[in-house]
Write a protein that binds this ligand. Sequence first.
Ligand SMILES: *[C@@H]1O[C@H](CO)[C@@H](O)[C@H](O)[C@H]1NC(C)=O
Ligand SMILES: *[C@@H]1O[C@H](CO)[C@@H](O)[C@H](O)[C@H]1NC(C)=O
Ligand SMILES: *[C@@H]1O[C@H](CO)[C@@H](O)[C@H](O)[C@H]1NC(C)=O
Ligand SMILES: *[C@@H]1O[C@H](CO)[C@@H](O)[C@H](O)[C@H]1NC(C)=O
Ligand SMILES: *[C@@H]1O[C@H](CO)[C@@H](O)[C@H](O)[C@H]1NC(C)=O
Ligand SMILES: *[C@@H]1O[C@H](CO)[C@@H](O)[C@H](O)[C@H]1NC(C)=O
Ligand SMILES: *[C@@H]1O[C@H](CO)[C@@H](O)[C@H](O)[C@H]1NC(C)=O
Ligand SMILES: *[C@@H]1O[C@H](CO)[C@@H](O)[C@H](O)[C@H]1NC(C)=O
Ligand SMILES: *[C@@H]1O[C@H](CO)[C@@H](O)[C@H](O)[C@H]1NC(C)=O
Ligand SMILES: *[C@@H]1O[C@H](CO)[C@@H](O)[C@H](O)[C@H]1NC(C)=O
Ligand SMILES: *[C@@H]1O[C@H](CO)[C@@H](O)[C@H](O)[C@H]1NC(C)=O
Ligand SMILES: *[C@@H]1O[C@H](CO)[C@@H](O)[C@H](O)[C@H]1NC(C)=O
Ligand SMILES: [Zn+2]
Length: 759
Amino acid sequence: MAPSVASTLQSHKTWLGVATVTVFGLLVLSSNGGTRVDYHEEALLKRGSLAGGLHPARPPPFVGTFKRRQETEVCSTDACKSFADSVIKSRALNYTGIDPCTDFATYTCGNWWDTHDYRDDQSSVGTLSVMSDVNTAIMRAILESPYSDNSTFTGDDLEADKEIFDKMIAAYDSCMDTDTIDALGAKPLQDLFAKYEEESSDFDLKTTDGLTNALIWLLKYGGSGIISAQTWADDKNPNITTIGLGNGAFGMDSKEYYNDTESVANYTVAIVGMFDILFGEEKHDTHASLAKELIDLETALIYATPDPSKAGDVEYYYNVQNLTQVDASIPEISVSKYLKAFVPSNYTLSTAIVLTPEYFPAISPIIANASAETLDAYIKWVLIQNWVTRLSNDANAPYRRFQNELTGKDPEAIGERWTTCLADVDANLPWIESAFFVQVAFSPEAKIFGDRIISDIEDIFMEKLQGYEWMSASVKTKAIQKVLNMVEKIGYPDKSPNVTDPVALSNLYAPLAISNTSYFDNGLAYVNFSTTNSWKALLHPTDKDIWFMTTPTVNAYFNPPSNEIAFPAGIMQQPLFNLDLPEYVSYGAFGAVAGHELTHSFDNSGSHYDENGAYTDWWDNSTLANFEKKTSCFVDQYSKYSIVGPTGESLNVNGELTLGENIADGGGLNAAFAAWKKVDAEKPNPGLTGLEEYTTEQLFYLSFGGVWCGKGRPAELVRRIRVDPHSPMPVRILGTVANQQGFKEAFNCPVKEPTCELW
Ligand SMILES: *[C@@H]1O[C@H](CO)[C@@H](O)[C@H](O)[C@H]1NC(C)=O
Ligand SMILES: *[C@@H]1O[C@H](CO)[C@@H](O)[C@H](O)[C@H]1NC(C)=O
Ligand SMILES: *[C@@H]1O[C@H](CO)[C@@H](O)[C@H](O)[C@H]1NC(C)=O
Ligand SMILES: *[C@@H]1O[C@H](CO)[C@@H](O)[C@H](O)[C@H]1NC(C)=O
Ligand SMILES: *[C@@H]1O[C@H](CO)[C@@H](O)[C@H](O)[C@H]1NC(C)=O
Ligand SMILES: *[C@@H]1O[C@H](CO)[C@@H](O)[C@H](O)[C@H]1NC(C)=O
Ligand SMILES: *[C@@H]1O[C@H](CO)[C@@H](O)[C@H](O)[C@H]1NC(C)=O
Ligand SMILES: *[C@@H]1O[C@H](CO)[C@@H](O)[C@H](O)[C@H]1NC(C)=O
Ligand SMILES: *[C@@H]1O[C@H](CO)[C@@H](O)[C@H](O)[C@H]1NC(C)=O
Ligand SMILES: *[C@@H]1O[C@H](CO)[C@@H](O)[C@H](O)[C@H]1NC(C)=O
Ligand SMILES: *[C@@H]1O[C@H](CO)[C@@H](O)[C@H](O)[C@H]1NC(C)=O
Ligand SMILES: *[C@@H]1O[C@H](CO)[C@@H](O)[C@H](O)[C@H]1NC(C)=O
Ligand SMILES: [Zn+2]
């Protein structure tokens, strides 16, 4: 796939995360598809069938005691009824026999799991993916309708708005035009290879110059081969944008796959299949031996990469080297020449941050030992992976099949075309798409309510900071200043770019020519546009007004060097966020998300950045020692949770890899609860009709649990255990509530002490 907003993300950002694919130094959000069926329609349908047929045996009553509601007031508006209904439909049918203290995940989501199924093209499904389906349906309607006359723009603004709309539609139409795409088959990529061959006299891969030339050519077409280079806010001096160097991309997500016979066999079939299609089936035997060699090469390379848990370890990855040093660490490639091909001509190239310090020296002998044929096959394969999705479904079948196998889908599964095309617009015209989405899906009232929740949570967080006995006074003072300095981005970008200003967007995208007939050529244009822009960033102070997610995205992030948290309009939707419901609903769900991102600024990675976003040593030794004692509790706690893989094998959560996310989940919910209690104390929230058995505290936690109702196909669960810094969805419920005193009191659990607690 072509570089996108997501692929320019830096690994030192942490995500609330649906699914993330992490290659060290490069964090890519997997794109999510969608259908038009929204949450309520789907759930209603299932409920109908349940009421018609199934009569589950009545379980024995739960013997624990619940605190009964004191207040009699309940909310019975349509909004409240509908929310209560969704809680009931998610909850296990036999919930009365389930102890919330020990299994709040099943308690909250038992029936959700039973009544939600994967689409063929989905490897996981959850509350957030259902929300995303709603957002994609909104975007699809915009993309498949004429320009709306409802716009309030006039004059130049109106002209510009129409122009960017047309650009977006051309991009979408070129992708939807499967007649043209099918007629071309593999030809557009074969033409690109013809170009590669034309220039290959410069690509003597066994010389430093030749290999470097080939890698430069590859990066111009979006491929990170062997190494990667990207622009990057300097962690210690975040006002400056510098260069980050790391390993290249790999065809399989993690080391374990390269040591698994069946995965390697499937991968081999994909490579040979694509080579046969592109370079001729008559060379099948050669392709088979090339595939083996290139997989051996990739295996050696990936085993030289750091463990994924190092991605958030600034101490590990922050290695400033001058280019003489970098070049000396891997003499087979001239990294300085590679970079000179991309940095602006008036940029003074002197140093870079080497994110993978052991990788460069380790791969030098591997590259030296590889034959020219193997390197050539490897480079071609990287290029294929970048462009294959722009070919016809026939021409990319072996690759698609393999991606499906990796994530546990039916090998032949294929998403509806529009989901691919919407994802393409999202990745490549992110701010035009964002502009049209917020026009219909975000209100000024939502922004005000979101602001309030976030600032309530920040206030609580600072109050709590005051009270920690394990922190020294000086660390506390700085920590509070850090919260005071936190930049909150809510809804949509209004500066860089200003998505409410069509003229600004028209100017931004002016250099990008889009045709409505050539999906492949549009891809080439995007790569050139985004590559050029990303290297230009070196000439200016770090732009702290940019966003790393588009507005329909159901996600959120904390970005340490900018000391900022961001919440796209896409996540400020129901069931997480709703102005018409008692506040515990939005505080328990969206508030926990906001608290999660804020807490990231004090997790094992974020805590290293000071109140100005600079990576510094601002923790004294004894406070740090206390901090580390507390974090090691989380590592032990989460390492005990497990998932079940495709062959029934049990696989434990990696407590180190997921540490930062688990800390954020715990602190986020803790702060959200305290913030809501304060709001509730001023004006008590009513209960919910149909759920009178619950206190409002319990409803708060049910709202939280509902966020993480979800499940994944077994192969996908295994993949995420290996690469995803987030715990599996049910574990995000179980582990988080185990760490909440508020929860244990609300449900009158026998042990009130949190299992682990930090913030
Ligand atoms: C609840 O129902 C599920 C089946 O839907 C069953 O597996 C489980 O054992 C039941 N739990 C209790 C406590 O009855
Ligand atoms: C435009 O306005 C019409 C009528 O007021 C409404 O039905 C339609 O949904 C609006 N379209 C958009 C995109 O807002
Ligand atoms: C970084 O830039 C901000 C805003 O321009 C400025 O306030 C701050 O002092 C700068 N920090 C450093 C370390 O130069
Ligand atoms: C590969 O897997 C085998 C067991 O299947 C294991 O013994 C070996 O250590 C693994 N190799 C590496 C490099 O991880
Ligand atoms: C390999 O491919 C086969 C056939 O598509 C599939 O059934 C199997 O699950 C795949 N194995 C792995 C480990 O991906
Ligand atoms: C690069 O760093 C090395 C090691 O610190 C040093 O010896 C050398 O002089 C530096 N080269 C330049 C051009 O700065
Ligand atoms: C670098 O060159 C670009 C155009 O090539 C120009 O716009 C920019 O102002 C120059 N920057 C510096 C710092 O000289
Ligand atoms: C060198 O390459 C050969 C064949 O490609 C391979 O068998 C051997 O293991 C490699 N040696 C090293 C040190 O990588
Ligand atoms: C964004 O653009 C709109 C419309 O031109 C303008 O009203 C608004 O002030 C701009 N926002 C910022 C922060 O400049
Ligand atoms: C491309 O745009 C032209 C002019 O608007 C239109 O006539 C044509 O049908 C479009 N082609 C496709 C494939 O959408
Ligand atoms: C973008 O395209 C222009 C014009 O073809 C070319 O000169 C430039 O090198 C390309 N830039 C990149 C980064 O590919
Ligand atoms: C803090 O710990 C570091 C590393 O263990 C040590 O080098 C340093 O001297 C300690 N500082 C103080 C003030 O004790
Ligand atoms: Zn997170």
